[in-house]
Design a protein around this ligand. Structure first.
Ligand SMILES: Nc1ncnc2c1ncn2[C@@H]1O[C@H](COP(=O)(O)OP(=O)(O)OP(=O)(O)O)[C@@H](O)[C@H]1O
Ligand SMILES: Nc1nc2c(ncn2[C@@H]2O[C@H](COP(=O)(O)O)[C@@H](O)[C@H]2O)c(=O)[nH]1
Length: 424
């Protein structure tokens, strides 16, 4: 079992850090992961009003405020936590809306380890848990002028409810007809550099002499709208996303020939001769890198536009002009305010009821098929009610309900075949 203990002041290595005090005890949870202690919660949120995190290394003592990546959850008066794989903490917010009760705080995933090196600070990353199996984001790369934007526009036009475009930030000047916030978030280099230092970007790269980047927030906004995110980014960016926890499908679009690429770039008429030369020069390197082992899942040759678009739809499993709206809208669960959690293998048991009045009503959260992670969303959570489990589950609540954390599973439980039930 990897259950986090309930908050007790004695668990703290030292005094309360800033933003946490005695008043907030019930709103906090303390989790020990390896040599580190994580204090999650706090009441002194100020105007930002989000859950705070402090970290203490048992070897050095004292509290550190980490660099926090991803959207932070709103505060909760009832927080429970469970450690998963020693690299992330699963958080349940008992008094939150159904779409806001499951969260993951990544503390030592490969993404966090990389960012820790990059920033030279303690780093944690939030990711919201999504019930059900939302589809993976799509990363589309390829040399400038190959037709990525044209293909993406066609997809967005034909399937407006399915896809959401990740509007990048860039320091390049807008072209005629490009709108701020629609095609790009046009920004000053100094502002973008500061935001990069603050950890706001999933990835960023210097491309053709300008800075481009995908903000974590943009990807989360698309996911929260229930849409599948499409990222149009260069090969360096694709490499960074591949290294992150954001599980995506990576597609590289190739021109039929270098001459045709040059023709398209010139015909578009948006770059100066000098810029065209630079983009063509970079295209050579990008075409070579497309072959890098394990970087791209699919390579599409954009010769005839219609044929290429049909191939793209085929590999994304899209039926001709049939858009399934809300296909993956997640099932909802109303997590009771009074509950306790325990972990067995890859399953989490949520027992309802107060400590004084124990109830045997149990929800089971299956974590075995988790996908994705910070930044963005952790998908694939499955919820089962005690009704949908056979009587193979036999839970003994020890004592008089005083300590509901002591839940002992006597037999292995089975789940009926009909799949996850939807709880409201
Ligand atoms: N299959 C095709 N055949 C001929 N022209 C095409 C084809 N696909 C796209 N084009 C044209 O090529 C030009 C470049 O396309 P687009 O702007 O979509 O490229 P891009 O890959 O998004 O470029 P960038 O990376 O610079 O944004 C456009 O004028 C577009 O109309
Ligand atoms: N790494 C990233 N690359 C990006 C991003 N947004 C766009 N791009 C790539 O830049 C070039 C040039 O684009 P243009 O609009 O100036 O023609 C192109 O290859 C895009 O894919 C980003 O957020 N990150």
């Amino acid at each position: 079992m990897g259950e986090a203990p309930a908050f007790v002041a004695d668990d703290l290595p030292g005094d309360y850090p800033n933003g946490f005090d005695l008043k907030s005890e019930g709103h906090n949870t303390v989790v020990n992961v390896g040599n580190k202690t994580y204090l999650i919660g706090g009441t002194d949120h100020g105007s930002k009003s989000t859950i705070e995190v402090r970290v203490s290394d048992k070897r050095t003592g004292g509290w550190v405020t980490p660099t926090v990546l991803g959207t932070r959850p709103k505060p909760s008066e009832v927080i429970s936590a469970v450690i998963l794989n020693e690299d992330r903490i699963f958080i349940l917010k008992g008094d939150s809306s159904p779409d806001d009760c499951f969260w993951f705080l990544e503390v030592d995933t490969p993404f966090v380890q990389e960012k820790r090196k990059e920033f030279g600070t303690e780093v944690v990353a939030w990711s919201k848990g999504v019930v059900g199996d939302a589809k993976k984001p799509i990363v589309i790369s390829g040399p400038s002028g190959v037709g990525k934007g044209t293909l993406i526009s066609a997809l967005m036009k034909e399937f407006p409810s399915t896809f959401g475009f990740s509007v990048s930030h860039t320091t390049r000047a807008p072209r005629k007809r490009e709108q701020n916030g629609v095609h790009y978030h046009f920004t000053e280099r100094s502002v973008m550099e500061e935001e990069i230092r603050d950890g706001k970007f999933l990835e960023f790269a210097e491309v053709h002499g300008n800075l481009y980047g995908t903000s974590i927030e943009v990807v989360e906004v698309v996911a929260d709208a229930g849409k599948r995110c499409i990222l149009d980014i260069d090969v360096q960016g694709a490499r960074s996303v591949r290294a992150s926890s954001l599980e995506a499908i990576f597609i590289f679009v190739c021109p039929p020939s270098f001459e045709e690429l040059e023709k398209r770039l010139r015909a578009r008429g948006t770059e100066t001769e000098q810029q065209i030369q630079k983009r063509l020069q970079n295209a050579k390197a990008e075409l070579e890198q497309a072959e890098s082992q394990g970087l791209f899942d699919h390579i599409l040759v954009n010769d005839d536009l219609e044929t290429c678009y049909a191939s793209l739809k085929k590999l994304l499993d899209l039926d001709e002009a049939v858009e399934i709206i809300n296909e993956s809208s997640p099932p909802l669960v109303d997590l009771p305010r009074d509950h306790s959690v325990s972990k067995i293998d890859k399953k989490i048991l949520i027992s309802c009821g107060t400590r004084e009045r124990a109830s045997k009503n149990i929800f089971l959260l299956d974590l075995s098929s988790l996908k994705g992670g910070a930044p963005g969303r952790t998908r694939g959570l499955d919820i089962y009610t005690s009704d949908s489990m056979t009587n193979g589950i036999n839970v003994a609540v020890e004592g008089d309900g005083e300590d509901l954390h002591e839940v002992e599973v006597i037999q292995e439980y089975e789940i009926e075949d009909e799949g996850p039930s939807i709880m409201k």
